[in-house]
Design a binder for this molecule. Structure first.
Ligand code: ZN
Ligand code: FE
Ligand code: FE
Length: 164
């Protein structure tokens, strides 16, 4: 699809995050299953619930802009998930695997933070005041999920992995 202006670019990027959120709803349960730390399982489960809400929020944004929700394959996410799967296969020690899972999950959160940060700023420039707050709400949750993972890593998981 040709991109003529910032509005087009905004829509293409919205399709990208729509793909990302829908894909993560399918992928996060696999990570929950692989995690050993109950704290880590809880954190990913909590973010899975938020991610389901992120999907519906993006659908609300499409609707607010009088567009049908369309997903566009995100090659970046596919690459990150491929690396995550590789590491899950390779790491046999459960404590080391917890550290690996946090690392993989955080690469995904950082991708989302970058995307939502950009979308929220573009929405302001484009005068989509109604969707800016929705994007900022999700952005705040992605940042909170990332911080929570850092806390779990630093308070327990990294030390346990180093001792394994
Ligand atoms: Zn999300
Ligand atoms: Fe992407
Ligand atoms: Fe996320």
């Amino acid at each position: 699809m040709p991109v003529a202006n910032l509005q087009d670019l905004f829509m293409e990027t919205l399709k990208d995050v729509y793909y990302v959120e829908k894909k993560l709803v399918k992928e996060l349960p696999k990570m929950i299953k692989k995690a050993s730390s109950p704290q880590l399982k809880d954190a990913i489960s909590g973010h899975l619930e938020e991610t389901q809400i992120h999907v519906t929020r993006i659908e609300d944004i499409f609707t607010a802009l009088n567009k049908k929700p369309v997903a566009k394959k995100c090659e970046a996410l596919e690459g990150l998930l491929e690396e995550a799967e590789e590491v899950i296969e390779d790491v046999k020690d459960p404590k080391t695997l917890d550290a690996a899972l946090i690392s993989s999950a955080q690469t995904v959160e950082h991708y989302e933070i970058a995307r939502y940060g950009t979308l929220a700023r573009w929405a302001v420039e484009l005068g989509h005041d109604d969707v800016t707050s929705i994007l900022e709400e999700t952005l705040a949750e992605e940042k909170a999920a990332d911080s929570k993972l850092t806390k779990i890593a630093e308070s327990a998981v990294n030390q346990a992995a180093a001792a394994a």
